[in-house]
Design a protein around this ligand. Structure first.
Ligand code: ADP
Length: 469
């Protein structure tokens, strides 16, 4: 009996340290906006890198012709061909091939990697030869989802590898140039027209479909966001001029940090044991790579405090043994006996015969962890809106109330499995958005799911930055 109390105590403590009241979320909103300012004011001025992308116009919908994209950001890479009809949302045809990158190429030389990629492009192109004569030079959008210091819209230098890549001779080198050289070696008549990050592709695709789109957010394995900023607000780059007067800024928001973020002992341990401790603090509370492991750590603690989960199982002690999709299945188990929870505890975490009341606790743990993640993501989004004056708070003076202010329709493009596949996550995010903004303002803020923005968006950007137009 005393042991059961201990377990309930663990849950209670978790709930308290994960608390995200609206007041707390508003502090996170303000901190996000402040950090955005700081990151724009000077290089290294904030944990938010606020990287320039040199993307100074977004697809308008009038793009025409055939464009290609190459999407490299994980263990697979994809080649896409997109045919555009010249009218908003008229993507006529789309072709994709996905290929895994052989392990040895992820840690070999840059020439080997890019030759391999260029060969795939060549094969893809030969299959598509009927569609366009090969004498016409093709424009290629290159989505490269690693941290890059951009030097123009079509060039940039690799800052560091992540996600298991370790090609030493690439770090500090020009990324688009390396691809272009490989294309030239193969005799492919293609030009790398743009080099972008996946969030920028998502924003481009969102804007192609809906011109009120001002920002893009991805919540998948990791998390990041970008948005449209006025160039005169990008203080660290004095004299930056674009014809549009604006530019997309890649926030790298996964690295956001604020003392207002509700942090638990589990977060601290997860961070300390990670290969990138003190980095990506926001991401570690929000994204798919980590949520399951936070839950695992809480169950481990409960198991150590009592015997209701039996002896501590080896799987439960193993980092990342509980993946986020399975955590979501437990969270969303609506069977009266919580049979899915029982099955996953038994088969994945090797904890058999957990009584129903303990299974209920496990569901509650999933709920607390996901609710915090979704609400913090919502606060991050409102932080962006605040920075660009779209949260309805600017210009409130004297006797005017919030509802008197004319709020412009504001669209945020969103992608990633946490949002698209995890219903509870999505619902908590929406709920928090409404709580923070209030109904009057929130009705003008629309989250729109785009599909394959990282690839299709890059092709669109290649079209709008084509040397022909
Ligand atoms: P990417 O790797 O490009 O970010 P996704 O947006 O599909 O791709 O995100 C994958 C991540 O989302 C994985 O880390 C996984 O943990 C998580 N995930 C996938 N499906 C679900 C699901 N149904 N519920 C919760 N999380 C999921």
């Amino acid at each position: 009996r005393r042991k059961w109390k201990r377990v309930v105590g663990v849950l209670k403590e978790l709930e308290e340290s994960c608390e995200t009241t609206v007041g707390r979320l508003r502090q996170v909103v303000d901190a996000m906006a402040v950090e955005m300012h700081a990151g724009l004011a000077s290089e290294g001025g904030s944990k938010l890198k606020m990287l320039l992308t040199f993307v100074d116009n977004l697809p308008s919908g009038s793009e025409k012709g055939t464009c290609y994209a190459l999407d490299l950001g994980g263990t697979n890479f994809r080649v896409l061909r997109v045919e555009l009809g010249g009218q908003r949302s008229s993507i006529l045809d789309q072709d994709v091939v996905r290929q895994p990158i052989p392990q040895q190429l992820m840690t070999g030389s840059s020439e080997d990697l890019f030759d391999f990629i260029a060969s795939s492009l060549q094969q893809f192109d030969e299959n598509a030869i009927d569609f366009e004569k090969s004498s016409i030079r093709k424009e290629l959008g290159f989505t490269f989802s690693f941290p890059v210091k951009q030097t123009s819209v079509s060039s940039g230098i690799l800052i560091k590898w992540t996600k298991g890549f370790a090609i030493k001779d690439m770090v500090g080198e020009e990324v688009a140039g390396a691809l272009q050289h490989a294309l030239d070696r193969k005799g492919l008549n293609m030009r790398v027209a743009v080099l972008v990050n996946d969030t920028v592709g998502t924003l481009a695709l969102g804007h192609y479909h809906d011109a009120d789109t001002v920002a893009a957010v991805i919540i998948g394995t990791g998390t990041n966001a970008c948005y449209w900023e006025r160039t005169d607000a990008i203080i660290k780059c004095q004299g930056l001029l674009t014809t549009s007067g604006g530019m997309v800024v890649n926030m790298e928001w996964g690295n956001f940090w604020s003392s207002h973020l509700p942090r638990t002992s589990y977060d601290i341990e997860l961070d300390a044991e990670s290969p990138n401790s003190n980095d990506q603090g926001f991401e570690k509370m929000i994204s798919g790579m980590y949520l399951g492991d936070i839950v695992r750590r809480v169950i481990l603690k409960m198991s150590q405090e009592s015997d209701i989960f039996g002896p501590v199982s080896p799987s439960l002690s193993m980092p990342f043994s509980l993946r986020t999709p399975l955590m979501a299945v437990m969270h969303e188990d609506d069977s009266p006996e919580l049979t899915e929870v029982a099955r996953i505890l038994k088969n994945v975490l090797e904890i058999p015969d957990v009584p129903l009341k303990a299974r209920k606790l496990v569901v509650k743990v999933c709920d607390v962890v996901t609710r915090r993640a979704a609400r913090l993501a919502a606060a991050g989004i409102v932080g962006i809106l605040k920075k660009i004056g779209r949260d309805g708070s600017s210009g409130i003076t004297g006797g005017r109330s919030r509802s008197d202010i004319k709020m412009r329709r504001t669209v945020v493009a969103i992608e990633g499995s946490l949002y698209t596949q995890y219903t509870m996550f999505r619902e908590y995010l929406h709920e928090a958005l409404h709580e923070i903004l209030g109904e009057d303002i929130a009705q003008h803020v629309i989250l729109k799911v785009t599909e394959d923005g990282s690839g299709v968006g890059a092709a669109l950007l290649a079209a709008s930055h084509s040397s022909k137009s």
